[in-house]
Design a protein around this ligand. Sequence first.
Ligand SMILES: Nc1ncnc2c1ncn2[C@@H]1O[C@H](COP(=O)(O)OP(=O)(O)OP(=O)(O)O)[C@@H](O)[C@H]1O
Ligand SMILES: [Mg+2]
Length: 250
Amino acid sequence: MYKIDTQNVDFYYGDFHALKNISMQISANTSVAFIGPSGCGKSTFLRLFNRMNDLIPGTRLDGKIYIDERDIYDKNENVDRLRKNVGMVFQKPNPFPKSIFENVAYGLRVNGVKDQSFIEETVVDTLKKVVLWDEVKDKLKESAFALSGGQQQRLCIARALAISPSILLMDEPTSALDPISTGKIEDLIHQLKQQYTIVIVTHNMQQAARVSDKTGYFYLGELIEYGDTRKIFTNPEKESTQNYITGRFG
Ligand SMILES: Nc1ncnc2c1ncn2[C@@H]1O[C@H](COP(=O)(O)OP(=O)(O)OP(=O)(O)O)[C@@H](O)[C@H]1O
Ligand SMILES: [Mg+2]
């Protein structure tokens, strides 16, 4: 049984054919990196996993996407429930204009959790999980904007994790961060994949090699190659993959 199973996925923005016949299987508790040149469809494909593209008018999906063996585009699918299970972190840290505490508590509150001690416990546990607790424990009531970019990004990861998703999608989560903050998030991804299924889009080849078990190489809307990260980076099947990972184009 796969955690995420996409079968013959085609996706269109109006007339533009952005994803072409993509079938990909992702096992639970693994981390998968999507790589490929700008505009090849990585973010589009990632956003299909929590139906974020539904918000864009004029788009069309063919094929099937199953998460935990449920067809997430079935007309009976509960999209709120899906998005609770499939959290997302973006390129630019985007904390809410609220306190550090309330950023992490947010998802619980909008989901109707009233038990204050449960909320406090979850906020503390989640901040520890993203290795931010020691840095913020004395200023939980301060604005999230008072944190550094790297701290804000870990806070956004905490915000996503607080409502207990099983999948975490990350679209270039470190591209706005300095190398030290990037290293912290990479360490975090290593830890989190024990408990979550992680899909990360990255332009940083070293990062893909460091944090992922499997890598998918996309080019012009096609999944050119998908396999064990070690193999993709040392002995890819396709010349196009080889050219990309060695920096000859892209
Ligand atoms: N909202 C949209 N409307 C129309 N076309 C779009 C939209 N979003 C993306 N596209 C097009 O779909 C293609 C894939 O875009 P996508 O953002 O998925 O690429 P990407 O691989 O994530 O690129 P990057 O590495 O630059 O983030 C591109 O040609 C892009 O112009
Ligand atoms: Mg993108």
